[in-house]
Design a protein around this ligand. Structure first.
Ligand code: ADP
Ligand code: ZN
Ligand code: ZN
Length: 752
């Protein structure tokens, strides 16, 4: 009987059925090479094996199997399926995101395919030849060599005795561990006195001793609470603890427990480059048990890591960015999602547009393990789930040790300007505080939410602004390089000498970004050492580390930066943090703007005075009466949550509604509008007034294509499976409509 296998390919396509050739056995999760389409060779994952011949004239066969063990454990297959269903994409698209690129070679022919294929690094091992295992033979050989080839004699002796002074070796030694030079070893092999063998290189990891911190009574209590919640059957729990309260210490104890019983742990962190400090801390505690996994690793390292974990017998601890969720940890029992509110857990582009935190919660259900979400300022979704009893909950309300929460000052920019107490973009209060802080030999961080020098340039006479010809946005002025840059498509232009519209006046930079802040502050404090941390100054991992190292070693007095400075830094010397313009945080256009502004300001504020007493934060704003600013000053998460949730309920937004956004793209605005109207109409037949739009997104032209959006809002309580099924069917029908075939539709479930 011929058997068949349904195989997932890394494409936006359903699984295809292939025949399993005679003599080959495959099981679900196996990686195989197949030919698909007329010419292409792909890596596929066996999803199902069965004996039903598909109804097509010629069924292609699997070409070959790629590894001796399945590449995917069952729980990953379950997660991929859930993701494809929930995020309205194909399992193949999940495969694209999930597997390291070297694990899924493709090509136009067999040669191209195998060129791309991952080959484990091998290395040379050397052993004493069997003929010399007898003591007498060995000594005879030694004597001969000692006279004629002393170098070879030494080499032979080394191989025979390495690691163990007395044996005449029978074991193999990795060549890289030997002092003897290659020539001597090679000569001995040629003479048949030594033998060489090539084996896959393994990174042996010594069994580490864990150095666990002793918990404070509060931390101990939070830990016991979490254990209780898990024991009572909660799959997911939220640990809410202010910055510096020691959430990490609580994680460490839970992690150690799982590792000790041979389970695997995954610790997800927002952006790995920004959490080098956390990895170091984990390595200090867990030693060689820690595996770091993130996008900055080379493709080869990632594949090695994947394959090593796939063969591991358990007790693995991976610290990684969102894609680490897909690693084959076969005994995964605990996932910790640190800073669970962070928006970088969402992959917005390309598909699958998934939220790794939500996938981690789902994973705990699939494996029967646990997921712990940690944050000082949880997402409202998670907080509501905890409050309603769906998730377990524990809290840490105090900073560790002597450290006290910082004192937060609000400084009114309009009033300061009126009184003449404003220089450049700084109020007197902030400048005075900077002066005092530097005087004490301490450090300052200044936060501005925009990079570049100015967000736009404007003509002083007619108001003309420089815009991108391909996108509907203003160009940002970067002084460093004297260029105008589009932050959406990368288009660059020179700053015009005279206004191109009126040809009368100059165009001048307006508003301010980090680059301008850096320049201004350096002028005001000429003796201070100023550095900048943002996407422009961080051109590489090394540049990033250098900037961080300078702050750590106190070679920098003032660090100016974007969001990048907020994440997980623990600098002992920083005692003052300035937020230069809170207005452009609180005034965002999105329903999440206020929540984000609160999270961001709390996180920035948390960087002040991590170790010593008397951390200070100055928030500059033109709207000091804004309730959100007051909530930040008081560090009152709960007040913020209640206000925001009331708004969300009133305007029917998450967590009370589930959103799916659809963005349609086309070069021709007329075709685009017609298509979007048609899709909206179709959807309204099914979903009625739950469909909003068409509406223009904030940036409605990117890279020469026009964009229009639709939004679907469905009640959280409603059957989301049913809604997805209807939506999927309508989108499919739309995509098959001949006149709209050229329109690109991007579907984003739970957009950020
Ligand atoms: P969080 O993750 O909640 O922001 P951390 O875990 O980073 O807080 O703790 C803040 C600081 O306090 C760190 O420097 C940490 O080493 C220290 N700390 C917290 N709890 C303990 C403890 N139980 N023993 C020793 N040091 C601790
Ligand atoms: Zn002009
Ligand atoms: Zn552009």
């Amino acid at each position: 009987m011929i058997s068949y296998a349904d195989i997932v390919l890394p494409l936006a396509q359903p699984a295809y059925t292939f025949a399993v050739p005679e003599g080959m056995t495959v099981v679900p999760g196996d990686a195989v090479a197949v030919q698909f389409g007329r010419q292409k060779y792909y890596t596929g994952i066996v999803w199902r094996v069965h004996d039903r011949r598909p109804g097509v004239p010629r069924v292609k066969s699997i070409l070959r199997k790629l590894y001796d063990t399945p590449l995917l454990p069952a729980h990953q297959m379950a997660l991929w399926e859930w993701m494809a269903d929930y995020y309205l994409c194909t399992v193949g698209e999940v495969m694209r995101a999930a597997l390291p690129s070297l694990m899924k070679p493709s090509g136009d022919n067999e040669e191209e395919f195998s060129e791309e294929e991952f080959r484990p690094r091998t290395e040379c091992y050397i052993a004493v030849a069997a003929e010399l295992h007898g003591e007498e033979q060995f000594h005879e050989a030694c004597e001969r060599l000692a006279r004629r080839a002393p170098k070879q004699y030494e080499a032979l002796l080394e191989v025979a005795t390495v690691g163990d002074e007395t044996r005449i070796a029978t074991g193999e030694v990795a060549r890289r561990l030997l002092r003897a030079d290659y020539g001597a070893l090679h000569a001995l092999c040629r003479k048949g006195l030594l033998v060489e063998a090539w084996h896959e290189r393994t990174d042996e990891r010594a069994d580490a001793i864990f150095r666990l911190p002793e918990l404070t009574p509060h931390q101990q209590e939070a830990l016991s609470q979490l254990r209780r919640e898990f024991a009572e059957g909660k799959r997911t729990a939220l640990l809410q603890g202010i910055t510096g309260s020691g959430k990490t210490e609580v994680y460490i104890h839970l992690i150690a427990e799982v590792l000790a019983r041979g389970g695997d742990v995954l610790l997800l962190v927002p952006e790995i480059a920004l959490t080098a400090q956390l990895i170091e801390r984990m390595e200090w505690i867990f030693g060689s048990r820690v595996t770091a996994y993130h996008s900055k690793l080379t493709g080869r390292r990632r594949s090695e890591c994947y394959l090593r974990l796939n063969r591991s017998a358990g007790g693995e601890f991976v610290v990684g960015a969102r894609s680490a969720l897909f690693l084959p940890l076969r005994r995964l029992q605990l996932i910790v999602v640190d800073e669970e509110h962070d928006s970088s857990y969402k992959q917005s582009d390309p598909a699958p547009r998934y939220q790794a935190r939500d996938c981690a919660v789902m994973m705990a259900r699939i494996t029967g393990g646990h997921t712990l979400l940690g944050s000082a300022t949880p997402s409202l979704e998670s907080w509501l789930n905890a409050r309603s009893g769906k998730y377990g909950y524990a809290q840490l309300a105090e900073r560790y040790g002597e450290a006290r929460p910082p004192v937060v000052y609000v400084s009114d920019t309009l009033r300061a300007a009126k009184r003449g107490e404003r220089r450049a973009h700084f109020n007197k209060l902030l400048l005075d505080k900077i002066d005092e802080t530097l005087g004490r030999g301490e450090q300052v961080m200044l936060f501005q939410n925009r990079r570049g020098f100015s967000p736009y340039v404007e003509c002083t006479e007619c108001g003309w602004t420089a815009r991108c010809p391909h996108c509907n946005v203003t160009l940002t002025y970067h002084k460093n390089g004297q260029k105008l840059v589009c932050h959406y498509c990368g288009y660059t232009a020179d700053v015009p000498a005279k206004c191109p519209a009126c040809r009368v006046a100059d165009v001048v930079p307006m508003g301010f970004g980090t680059e301008k802040v850096e320049e201004e502050i350096a002028k005001l404090f000429p003796e201070a050492r100023v550095a900048r941390l943002d996407r422009d100054s961080v051109t590489s991992e090394r540049a990033f580390s250098a900037i961080v190292a300078d702050v750590e070693a106190r070679r920098t007095d003032i660090l100016v930066g974007t969001q990048m400075i907020t994440k997980g830094f623990d600098f002992a010397g920083v005692s003052l943090v300035g937020i230069l313009n809170a207005d452009n945080l609180t005034n965002g256009p999105d329903f999440r703007s206020s929540e984000r502004a609160f999270q961001l300001m709390m996180q920035v504020a948390g960087r002040a005075g991590r170790r010593n007493d008397g951390g200070e934060v100055v928030i500059q704003t033109s709207d000091p009466g804004n309730p959100l600013i007051r909530q930040v000053v008081e560090g009152d998460y709960e007040a913020m949550a209640r206000t925001q949730l009331a708004d969300r309920k009133a305007f029917f937004y998450p967590p009370y509604a589930r959103l799916t956004s659809m963005t349609l793209r086309h070069r021709d605005p007329v075709v685009l509008r017609e298509g979007t109207m048609a899709l909206a109409e179709r959807l309204r037949v099914r979903f009625g007034r739950r469909v909003l739009g068409p509406m223009a997104p904030p940036v409605d032209r990117i890279r020469g294509e026009y964009l229009l959006g639709l939004l679907l809002k469905v009640e959280s309580g409603a059957s989301s499976g049913k809604a997805r099924e209807l939506l999927r069917a309508e989108l499919k029908a739309f995509a098959e409509t001949p006149s709209f075939k050229t329109i690109t539709v991007v579907v984003d479930v739970d957009p950020q």
